[in-house]
Design a protein around this ligand. Sequence first.
Ligand SMILES: Nc1ncnc2c1ncn2[C@@H]1O[C@H](COP(=O)(O)OP(=O)(O)OP(=O)(O)O)[C@@H](O)[C@H]1O
Length: 262
Amino acid sequence: MSAELVISNVSRVFPGVNGGQPVTALQPTDLEIPRNDFVTILGPSGCGKSTLLRIVAGLDRPTTGSVTLAGQPVTGPGADRGMVFQSYTLFPWLTIRDNVAFGLREKGVPEREKWEIVDSYIDKVGLRGFENHWPKQLSGGMQQRTAIARALANNPRILLLDEPFGALDNQTRGLMQELLLGIWEREVKTVIFVTHDIEEAVFMASRVVTMTARPGRIKSITPVDLPHPRHYTVKSSPEFSALRLKLTEEIRSEAIMAATDG
Ligand SMILES: Nc1ncnc2c1ncn2[C@@H]1O[C@H](COP(=O)(O)OP(=O)(O)OP(=O)(O)O)[C@@H](O)[C@H]1O
């Protein structure tokens, strides 16, 4: 059976600004993601993680290569891909409930069904009681929970998350990891999750993809065979520590290169 998402020979070169040199953001990259896989992408700053995710989202076009989702070429953004970014991207003029309903309204889902779906996702992310609040009345963690509910309510084929917990404090971040993983364990979705954080990458993933320093390409793919449901206490297990150590060593040399580059 063919993979759900196929990234084939995808590279991205940005033209130079004001006659400057072109910037290679991503070297030719191949990656196949089976249905219901949870892949985390880990790499030093500037290695092209966001560029790759934006190409899968259809927000940017590759210089070479192609992306197919369920056999269909990706040529632009679509409701089959749900995005969550690091910065809070809720619509400030809509309540939490209307934010979560946004994609369903666009799709023309009948009213009753729409609100049933919206309310079930508001429950799943623990925002019952805040439905009629405005985004600015919510903490960063609550805003990201809304963004996750908004993406999932659309029932996308794949969920794409770019450092979704990067702006949160450590406590909130840990809780958000458990929340998202719990939803994935119950609903099973194909997910790509970009992060700088090794512990987060291991905790969430069924496979961790590491990237080299800029211009990035895939350096390794590490399966994470820790059992589900995963509780945060798994982070102190010997298996978890071994994976963290392996990935720390891999990423360290890349981070040093990135830090000393240019
Ligand atoms: N629109 C653009 N025009 C020119 N260069 C770009 C553009 N977008 C990204 N780049 C460059 O491409 C490289 C990869 O950027 P990208 O944002 O994909 O990296 P990243 O791994 O997501 O970094 P970070 O972890 O810091 O977010 C960087 O050197 C960046 O400056």
